[in-house]
Design a protein around this ligand. Structure first.
Ligand SMILES: NC(=O)c1ccc[n+]([C@@H]2O[C@H](COP(=O)([O-])OP(=O)(O)OC[C@H]3O[C@@H](n4cnc5c(N)ncnc54)[C@H](OP(=O)(O)O)[C@@H]3O)[C@@H](O)[C@H]2O)c1
Length: 253
């Protein structure tokens, strides 16, 4: 995909991965519409602050972006939140909130934006999943469920729209140094994972990989690529991976 002068709507652009991706795409000549509850006004790009768990705000966001640019070529569903509670104990309200943001907001925005892309026979949806889109992490069961849902939605959306010029990319990062861990709704990660931070990647490097993946119209981007080894092990040696995860989980509980 040629990036220059495309119009991209990026959710969760006020921090972390979304903010880094906004900077990366701006550097490649993309015109941006940026959102987040705390998004700061920008001299060049359109910004629209609000809460994506509110369906009325999602409609307003798309309407105002179309008023400003006339079209949306790229939708980046990045805003997301985590929850560290066992599924059998998890707070229903917090769980619903996480599904609303991680899944339903992404679905609703796609429903608002994809019809225009199909009409123009051109467009791209980039869904920021996680390695938890491919592997179920037991300290993060319900977050994994949201990211698995996003993965299935991404694959289906891609096939539904393949004949209409609409591309869909699922991005599956491992641990990225952002404020994500501080912003989880409830709970905290196992200490072993916190100490694994030294293997974390950073948001600008991930943003560059995502932009390259967009330019090449990749299907799935696991980042870092070594994450594919865990995905393959989960697929072909599930008992081994489960035993490893359970050991980490046992130390946690
Ligand atoms: N960091 C990681 O290790 C990691 C790994 C894999 C996948 N991911 C995924 O990457 C995405 C971005 O995460 P991040 O690491 O950049 O975390 P982050 O720094 O916490 O950023 C989250 C973004 O989502 C926005 N957001 C949160 N709740 C919102 C709401 N109710 N309405 C509108 N916007 C909301 C936040 O903006 P406001 O607070 O201004 O609303 C912020 O811009 C998420 O989908 C996450 O699941 C992260």
């Amino acid at each position: 995909m040629r990036m220059e002068r495309q119009v991209a709507l990026i959710t969760g652009a006020s921090s972390g991965i979304g903010q880094a991706l906004a900077a990366e795409l701006a550097g490649r000549g993309v015109q941006l519409a940026l959102t987040g509850r705390s998004i700061a006004p920008d001299a060049v790009h359109f910004t629209c602050a609000g809460d994506l768990t509110d369906a009325a705000f999602r409609e307003e966001l798309v309407r105002r972006t179309l008023e400003r640019y006339g079209r949306i070529d790229i939708l980046v569903n990045n805003a997301g939140v985590g929850l560290y509670q066992p599924s059998w104990q998890a707070e229903v309200g917090a769980t619903r909130y996480m599904f609303e943001l991680n899944v339903f907001a992404a679905l609703h925005l796609a429903q608002l934006v994809v019809p225009g892309m199909r009409e123009r026979r051109q467009g791209m949806v980039v869904n920021i999943g996680s390695i938890a889109s491919k592997v179920t992490l037991p300290w993060f069961t319900l977050y994994s469920a949201t990211k698995h849902a996003l993965a299935a939605f991404s694959d289906g959306l891609r096939m539904e729209n393949a004949d209409f010029g609409v591309k869909v990319i699922l991005v599956c990062p491992g641990y990225v140094k952002t404020r994500f861990q501080e912003n989880v709704l409830v709970g905290r990660p196992p200490d072993e994972l916190a100490s694994g931070k030294r293997f974390a990647t950073n948001a600008p490097d991930l943003a560059r990989a995502i932009a390259d993946g967009m330019a090449r119209e990749r299907r799935t981007l696991v980042y870092p690529a070594s994450g594919w080894a865990l995905v393959a092990a989960w697929q072909y040696l599930p008992r081994v991976v489960e035993a490893f995860f359970r050991r980490l989980q046992r130390n946690h509980s």
